[in-house]
Design a protein around this ligand. Structure first.
Ligand code: PDD
Length: 275
C-alpha cells in the first residue's frame, strides 16, 4: 500500500514520522475521512472545504487545496481501493516541543487509504448506544486531531457492550463520539443545529438533502436526552457508518427496537446518491 507523509509517497512499511511533528505533542492539527465507493471519492469537495475551514479555524492558513486534491487523487490511483476510505491529516508542522507555534513551520500532511466494506449488517439491524456527558471544548465544529474526550467516551460504549456514546450538554443531545445524531419525533426529523457544539457532518448534510428531496419534514434544533429516549426513531450518521439505526439507548428500546420507516427512506435516498 502506498501512503503519503510530509512530501513523499512511499510504501506503508517505509514511512517513518518525525517525532517533532506537533500532531504527537499537542494533537495540533486537523483531519478528514473521505469515503471511497467503487474507486471514487464521495463528496470530496465538501470534505476538502471542511478541511480548509478547520485548518483556518486553528490558524493554519497556508494550505494548498489543489495540492491536497492532487495527493489524494494520486493515492487513489496507486492503491486501487474499491470500497474504503482515505484519512487525511494536516498538522501545524514540525518543531521542538513548545506550546507557542514554531516560526517558519510548514503544515505536514499525512494521508493513507483503507479498504473497508460498508457496514451493511448494522445498517439493517441497528446498534445500541449509551449516553454520557459532553465535556469537550467549545469548538467542536473544528475537525481537530484532539480526540481525547471522543476516544474515552467511545471506549465507555465498547466496555458497556454498546456501539456508540451519544453525548449531551446539560441534557441537550449534541452528537455521538464520532457521529451525528438524529431523532424522529411526531414524524419530524430533528438534529442539532450546525453550531460550535457539533461537527457539521458531511453525511448529516447529505441526509438533510435527502429529506428535502423526499419531502420528509425536518428541523435543525436541539432536543433533550428525554426526547431521545422517547423518540420514534433514532439514527447516527458518519462517513464510515453512513445512516445507522440506533435501536437501544442506555438499555432501553427505542420505538419498536427496529429500523424505522423514516430511517429506511433516508438510507434509500442516501444509497441513490452514492451510486
Ligand atoms: N468522524 N461528529 C464527530 C465528532 C465525528 O468525528 C464525525 C466523523 C462526525 C460525522 O461527520 P462526517 O459525516 O463528515 O463523517 C460527527 C470520522 C468519520 C472519524 O473520526 O473517523
Amino acid at each position: 500500500k502506498i501512503s503519503y507523509y510530509n512530501g513523499q509517497f512511499k510504501n506503508d512499511d517505509e514511512i517513518t514520522v518525525d517525532y517533532n511533528d506537533r500532531a504527537f505533542y499537542f494533537g495540533d492539527g486537523v483531519y478528514e475521512v473521505v469515503r471511497v465507493y467503487n474507486n471514487e471519492f464521495f463528496t470530496l469537495d465538501e470534505h476538502m472545504d471542511r478541511l480548509i475551514r478547520s485548518a483556518s479555524e486553528i490558524g493554519i492558513e497556508d494550505l494548498d487545496r489543489s495540492k491536497m486534491v492532487e495527493i489524494v487523487t494520486q493515492l487513489n490511483k496507486q492503491n486501487n481501493i474499491s470500497d474504503g476510505s482515505i484519512y487525511i491529516q494536516v498538522s501545524r508542522g514540525i518543531g521542538k516541543r513548545n506550546h507557542a507555534y514554531p516560526l517558519d513551520t510548514k503544515p505536514v500532511v499525512l494521508a493513507y487509504m483503507n479498504e473497508t466494506a460498508r457496514p451493511t449488517d448494522q445498517m439493517e439491524e441497528g446498534i445500541s448506544a449509551i449516553t454520557a456527558e459532553d465535556y469537550r471544548w467549545l469548538k467542536c465544529h473544528v475537525k481537530s486531531l484532539n480526540l481525547l474526550a471522543n476516544v474515552m467516551e467511545k471506549e465507555r460504549a465498547v466496555r458497556a457492550g454498546a456501539h456508540e456514546t451519544i453525548l449531551n450538554r446539560q441534557g441537550i443531545v449534541t452528537e455521538g463520539s464520532s457521529t451525528n445524531v438524529f431523532i424522529v419525533k411526531d414524524g419530524v426529523l430533528i438534529t442539532h443545529p450546525a453550531d460550535n457544539m457539533i461537527l457539521n457532518g458531511i453525511t448529516r448534510l447529505e441526509v438533510l438533502k435527502v429529506a428535502e428531496l423526499r419531502n420528509i419534514a425536518y428541523e435543525e434544533k436541539t432536543f433533550t436526552v428525554k426526547e431521545l429516549m422517547e423518540a420514534e426513531e433514532v439514527f447516527i450518521t458518519s462517513t464510515t457508518q453512513e445512516v445507522t439505526p440506533v435501536i437501544e439507548v442506555d438499555g432501553e428500546m427505542i420505538g419498536k427496537g427496529l429500523k424505522g420507516k423514516v430511517t429506511n427512506a433516508l438510507q434509500e435516498g442516501f444509497n441513490e446518491r452514492i451510486h
